[in-house]
Ligand binder design. Structure first.
Ligand SMILES: C[S@@+](CC[C@H](N)C(=O)[O-])C[C@H]1O[C@@H](n2cnc3c(N)ncnc32)[C@H](O)[C@@H]1O
Length: 397
């Protein structure tokens, strides 16, 4: 499909209503029936859109996704609603009332900005994508706040806006692009645009090297439900600051420039820091909250003898520490009557799924165990344990 217009007609909209929620297995039968009364091209466009809406529900929630319009790349590249809403709220709190959303895609960020009460100029050079952004602003009742323009962002005057937001295209023909200069438009262009505006936020890949963060920027890594989603370079906030923000919440850990935590022998608890904390290089700040140390100078696992509640890391109670070895693990799992084995790793080349198959070919009983494959004082090590019981105030140990 290279034109949204037919789907936006009354006939197209009626078809979209009719194919809503069609399961893949039923598509052929539904298409055959609908083709009796409608053009074949429109029927397949409606079914394709229904499929994209189902995929988009994970990012936008079913209620919005069912009303929105997508392209395959647009679904893939759009920001999930929770992250976009968090960023929009930060911009609103900075006093921003208008944003030039440069590279708006199908409008994931523009929608969140408008819902935060911000006026948006949404720009994308791809005609179909821009049409989808326009249709989405209409469908969600936000057309009064979102002005969609089909243009190259490098030709747009951003002077009238309080802030610019840039979410460059990061996927080339050969998968994800890691070199920020290979983004479209390149990061250096986005930084120049950011420096000209009172405020700016640039969305970048979470793997961006810290050295690539410009001195004028604050860098924030964001995770949602424990998965790292993106990094944002903020301009007009706190140059040089680093933060990790965890959604839902938000809970934000601020960098304090702490030195690496001391290395200790493995204590009763092992804490696995959230991915955003690790990417932001704030393991020392998280360890400080836990009164913890590192198990190895090169590994981002924190250990402590006490259990403390923290949003920034998941706690496990460790029962055994063994040198790495499949036979040893197998024997231990048999002895402990383990039926479910979770394998986690940091600093180990072992393939978790393969180890799980070899160490526990079949369940040995009702118990669950987590094994961490890691290094302790440089040596390949298995730490065996289970998620720690939550600290519940009175009576907590
Ligand atoms: C990562 S997507 C944006 C996703 C969007 N923030 C969202 O949440 O839906 C990047 C978009 O940038 C657009 N793009 C890339 N280079 C551009 C340029 N020079 N001018 C305008 N748009 C551009 C692509 O067409 C693509 O739709």
């Amino acid at each position: 499909m290279n034109d949204l217009a037919p789907l936006l007609t009354p006939e197209g909209r009626a078809l979209l209503d009719e194919v809503r929620g069609t399961a893949p297995a039923d598509e052929l039968a539904v298409a055959t029936r609908l083709r009796r009364g409608h053009p074949a091209g429109l029927v397949s466009a409606a079914l394709g859109q229904a499929r994209l809406r189902q995929r988009a529900a994970a990012k936008f929630g079913a209620e919005d996704a069912e009303r929105m319009f997508f392209t395959p790349n647009g679904v893939e590249q759009s920001t999930r609603a929770s992250v976009a809403a968090y960023r929009a709220e930060r911009l609103r709190a900075l006093g921003v009332t208008s944003v030039a959303d440069l590279c708006c895609g199908i409008g994931g960020d523009a929608i969140a900005l408008a819902r935060a009460g911000i006026r948006v100029l949404a720009v994308d050079r791809d005609p179909l994508t821009a049409a989808a952004a326009r249709a989405n602003a209409d469908a969600l009742g936000l057309a009064g706040l979102i002005d969609v323009r089909e243009a190259d962002v490098t030709e747009v005057d951003t002077a009238p806006y309080d802030a610019v937001f840039v979410d460059p295209a990061r996927r080339g023909g050969r998968g994800r692009i890691f070199d920020p200069e290979a983004y479209s438009p390149p990061l250096s262009w986005a930084v120049r645009a950011a420096l000209e505006a009172p405020h700016a936020a640039l969305k970048v890949a979470p793997g961006i090297p810290h050295e690539a963060v410009p001195a004028e920027a604050e860098a924030e890594w964001i995770s949602d439900g424990g998965d790292v989603k993106e990094a944002v370079l903020w301009f007009g906030t706190a140059p040089g600051a680093v933060r990790a923000t965890l959604l839902p919440g938000p809970r934000t850990l601020l960098g304090r420039g702490l030195p690496d935590p001391e290395v200790r022998s493995v204590g009763r608890y092992l804490y696995e820091p959230d991915g955003a904390v690790i990417r932001a290089h704030l393991v020392a700040e998280a360890a400080g909250e836990l009164d913890g140390g590192l198990i190895d100078p090169t590994i981002a696992y924190v250990t402590a003898d006490t259990l403390r509640e923290t949003p920034y890391a998941t706690a496990y109670e460790i029962t055994d520490q063994l040198p790495f070895g499949v036979k040893k693990l197998k024997a231990l799992l048999r002895e402990r009557e383990v039926g479910i084995l979770t394998v986690k790793k940091r600093g180990s080349a072992v393939e978790p799924e393969e180890l799980r198959r070899k160490a526990l070919p079949k369940p040995q009983g009702p118990h669950s165990v987590t094994v961490f494959l890691t290094r302790v004082a440089g040596a390949p090590t298995m730490l065996i344990g289970a998620p720690a019981r939550a600290v519940t105030g009175a009576g907590a140990s």
